[in-house]
Design a protein around this ligand. Structure first.
Ligand code: GDP
Ligand code: MG
Length: 240
């Protein structure tokens, strides 16, 4: 068994998953890989097994807030020292996850989050241009995060993560909102863990449509802002 597991939340991603698993196999050959198959009705689980990944099947589709926590819970319960997360749609290059994991391993931080929107380390600013609707959501979110976390955080919905064992219990509890990544950042900040936002390259989704579209995207933005406002109220009350 490896000391590192990389998990992939996946819902009907048979088309994209094989390339993601091959990429991980090349860049992180020693890591164990888990696909959290969330009630897929296509060949997602088969594709995962064919590529030697473990499969955690949640049965019916329970949604990303539970899918993500389940991945971290698996890492916690199996005693892994490090855990990575990439999406199943090909947006997250395994080489970038490898950089994040190296950073956590060397003890620079407890959690490294891959960011489309920060620059440095040879990564240009504005290299990733979101759609106009997403741009608005991102701008609002950035303001909210700055207030809630008391530090700037540019890419709070990134799903590209590397974490150490200290972070696992915090991330293994099911998330209550439709914005699990934002909730994760709040939990980590609250616990005083060190979270680095690291510039990375991200790709466009390889195939199929984003699961976060239309009404759902609006709902997510609203709950995210709600979560941040609630967090801020809690903090203010606590420091009174
Ligand atoms: N476990 C689980 N994974 C999901 C669900 N919805 C989306 N995903 C996965 O979460 C990742 C991000 O979803 P995606 O549609 O690409 O969202 P976007 O990148 O924000 O547009 C992908 O790996 C999806 O397969 C879900 O209901 N359950
Ligand atoms: Mg995606």
């Amino acid at each position: 068994m490896s000391d590192t597991v990389v998990f992939i939340p996946a819902w009907n991603e048979e088309e994209n998953l094989p390339a993601v698993l091959e990429d991980l196999g090349h860049e992180l050959p020693d890591a164990d890989v888990l696909v959290v198959d969330d009630g897929s009705t296509d060949g997602t689980a088969d594709a995962a097994r064919r590529h030697g990944a473990d499969v955690l099947s949640l049965g019916a589709n329970r949604g990303l807030p539970i899918g993500i926590a389940s991945g971290y819970r698996w890492a916690l319960e199996h005693g892994y020292a490090y855990c990575g997360r990439v999406d199943a749609d090909g947006q997250h290059p395994a080489s970038e996850l490898a950089r994040l994991l190296a950073r956590v391993r060397e003890g620079a931080c407890d959690v490294a989050v891959g960011s489309r929107f920060v620059s440095g380390e040879g990564y240009e600013p504005y290299r990733y241009v979101p759609s106009p609707t997403r741009r608005l959501g991102t701008a609002l979110l950035r303001r909210g995060m700055k207030i809630a976390l008391r530090r700037p955080f540019a890419d709070a919905t990134s799903g590209l993560y590397a974490v150490n064992a200290a972070a696992l219990p915090l991330l293994a509890e099911p998330f209550r909102t439709e914005a699990p990544e934002v909730e994760a950042l709040l939990r980590l900040a609250d616990a005083g863990l060190r979270v680095d936002e690291v510039a990375v390259r991200m790709e466009a989704r390889a195939g199929g449509d984003s699961k976060l579209r239309g009404r759902k995207a609006v709902k997510v933005t609203v709950t995210v802002i709600g979560t941040l406002v609630a967090a801020r109220l809690l903090w203010t009350r606590r420091s009174d």
